[in-house]
Design a protein around this ligand. Structure first.
Ligand SMILES: *Cc1c(COP(=O)(O)O)cnc(C)c1O
Length: 361
């Protein structure tokens, strides 16, 4: 089989070893004679699998005991509604930091349930998009929480530093950067992430919620989205996405085996650095994000002429390099280089970029 190198933004590449293991036990999981996806979520085998995945995630992210970890459905977008409905309580407004497409979508959805204070933190300086320093973020004082997105997947724009919000409740959409580096979970009230970027297959959404935020849900909140109900039922109030949960668990074990998130951060930084360095020294490719806000997960770039972007995507595919088409709202090219992408993969991409530039440039 021809080797394909997949730079898709999501659903995205999974570690080869994890896929191999899933394949080897697909028909007979843990000597049950069944596939994991055929078994009851209430059986002891799956319960053990679910518990281990939860514990491994807790270990990887160093999640304290006063945080619950939920494995839900509905994608990150379901949490755009789930968050306000769970924790607005008697507040009537929430602060939303707008840094790109996904944070804006989150604000749009929240606006159905409360007044949304939009805080635009993007700056443009010498044609590069960056982020205002935290002391210029004009938060309101009486809103229920502050929501932000540390990695804007589409723009490739990241906020690496921990925002200083004093004692405000911070809610963060970590969909495309969870597990890319260690984080201090205690800074957050809620962390959520769709799994299909940097965790596992689509279908499972991770929510990490601080204990004291439970029990504040609005009456009209659908039960499946209710953190308190789901916590009481260990994420099994409704049938959980068992296969996606199992696969995520295999990825957690893979990450632990590699040495955890400090190692992953080093790997991710060197991959990203290699790619940005190549783009920066070239007159043919360019990236429009300020150096300090360049995502280490999603690297968008354009060619010197727009018509080359389409050719790039088509010709890359002929070389087995897929998933590099930029999101439809920004166009161009984007290479997503999540945990499961290795340095060799990025090197192959750069080799192709060199060749493309040599011919077209
Ligand atoms: C992909 C993505 C989403 C949407 O995720 P779904 O699981 O499709 O709902 C939301 N936020 C961010 C940052 C994303 O990258």
């Amino acid at each position: 089989m021809k080797k394909t190198i997949n730079f898709s933004a999501g659903p995205a590449i999974l570690p080869h070893d994890v896929l191999k293991q899933a394949q080897s036990e697909l028909l007979n999981w843990h000597q049950t004679g069944c596939s994991v996806m055929e078994l009851s979520h209430r059986g002891k085998d799956f319960e053990q699998c679910a518990l281990e995945a939860t514990q491994d995630l807790r270990e990887l992210l160093n999640i304290p005991e006063n945080y619950h970890i939920l494995f839900l459905q509905g994608g990150a977008r379901s949490q755009f509604a789930g968050v306000p409905l769970n924790i607005l309580s008697n507040h009537t407004s929430a602060d939303y930091i707008i840094s790109g497409y996904w944070s804006k979508c989150a604000a749009d959805e929240a606006e159905k349930y409360c007044q949304v204070n939009r805080i635009n933190v993007k700056t443009v300086h010498e044609e590069k998009i960056g982020i205002k320093s935290f002391n210029q973020w004009q938060l309101t004082s009486d809103s229920a929480y502050v929501h932000y997105c540390p990695n804007e997947t589409i723009e490739g724009l990241a906020i690496f530093d921990d925002p200083q919000f004093n004692d405000r409740i911070i809610v963060a959409d970590f969909s495309s950067c969870i597990l890319s580096k260690p984080i201090d979970v205690t800074r957050y009230g809620i962390i959520y992430a769709g799994a299909q970027k940097n965790i596992g297959p689509s279908g499972v959404t991770i929510v990490i919620v601080r204990e004291d935020l439970l029990g504040k849900a609005k009456r009209e909140l659908p039960s499946v989205l209710d953190y308190t109900i789901q916590t009481k039922h260990d994420s099994m109030f409704n049938t959980p996405p068992t296969f996606a949960w199992y696969m995520s668990g295999l990825v957690f074990k893979w990450l632990k085996q590699l040495g955890g998130l400090t190692i992953m951060e080093q790997r991710n930084r060197s991959k990203a650095q290699m790619l940005y360095q190549y783009i920066d020294q070239s007159d043919f490719y360019s990236n429009n994000i300020a150096t300090e806000n360049r995502s280490i997960m999603n690297v968008p770039f354009v060619c010197a002429h727009e018509e080359f972007d389409t050719m790039f995507v088509a010709e890359a595919a002929q070389h087995g390099i897929i998933g590099v088409k930029g999101h439809r709202i920004v166009g161009g090219i984007r290479a997503s280089i999540y945990n499961a992408m290795d340095l060799d993969g990025v090197q192959c991409l750069i080799e192709f970029m060199k060749e493309f530039e040599r011919v077209k440039g």
